[in-house]
Design a protein around this ligand. Structure first.
Ligand SMILES: N[C@@H](CCC(=O)N[C@@H](CS)C(=O)NCC(=O)O)C(=O)O
Length: 237
């Protein structure tokens, strides 16, 4: 059994999609991120970085004591290995392509889109520089993705963990009112991936409407848990 410490965000959905795709036995442990559940000291045993998602495998690869994995990309690779190499192509070139696009998602597409979400949706209004900087980067990365998907049906030619990592972040562009119309190859791929039953099941758990809105309203305590003092304090000591 795999415990999934979970919030229904793009990073969380990467993992819930993969678990539905592979059928590995798991249970979702929901976290109230606004309430600061992820900042509690006991969560550090599962994720030293105090972020979601993270998993705890009670029947780990190689046996032994329960094993924790953090960082959504590392979790996808772990689950792939656990499921006998699922969604990781056997062909060496395609396998490398999967790793390249997965790293690109983890180091570029996700973090840059995340910053666009921050400046457009959460930061105090009027921060034109941050909004422009990260909107431009978000659009540049969409153009890179569109070009790739004009060359290949899926990022690594066949459907892989790289698509699972990228798809939920493309879906999240609707929350920052970024249209996909200029990217016809993304539109084609986005629909094809979205039609997979496991993707539908994996994204069934949704965020509270406030968190999915263009301008979520946070109390001072919630703000502190996500971006301020409480968040900082959780990593001390
Ligand atoms: N690189 C990490 C990012 C994890 C991350 O930032 N998760 C968000 C939710 S999607 C989180 O835990 N936010 C809580 C916070 O910022 O306090 C991953 O891919 O797992």
């Amino acid at each position: 059994m795999i415990d999934v410490h979970f919030v229904p965000t793009p990073n969380g959905h990467k993992v819930s999609i993969m678990l539905e795709e592979t059928g590995l036995p798991h249970r979702l442990i929901p976290y109230d991120m606004l309430g600061g559940d992820h900042l509690k000291p006991e969560f550090r045993k599962v994720n030293p970085n105090h972020r979601l998602p993270a998993i705890l495998d009670h029947d780990p690869i190689g046996g032994g004591a329960p094993f924790a994995v953090f960082e959504s990309g590392a979790i996808l690779l772990y689950l792939s290995e656990k499921a006998g190499g699922a969604f990781m192509p056997a062909d060496p070139r395609r396998r490398s392509l999967t790793q390249q696009w997965l790293m690109w998602q983890m180091a570029g597409f996700g973090p840059m889109h995340g910053q666009a979400h921050h400046f457009i949706r959460y930061a105090p209004e009027g921060q034109d520089y941050g909004v422009a900087r990260y909107s431009n980067e978000a659009k540049r990365l969409l153009a890179v993705l569109d070009r790739r998907l004009g060359e290949a049906e899926y990022l690594a030619e066949e459907y892989s963990v790289a698509d699972m990592a990228t798809w939920p972040w493309v879906r999240a562009t609707r929350a920052i009112a970024l249209s996909l119309d200029p990217y016809p190859n993304i539109v084609r791929w986005f629909a094809a991936v979205g039609e997979r039953p496991a993707v539908a099941r994996g994204t069934e758990v949704k965020n509270a409407p406030n968190l999915s809105s263009l301008r979520p309203k946070l109390t001072a305590e919630q703000w502190s848990n996500l971006f301020g003092e409480n968040m900082l304090k959780s990593s001390e000591g």
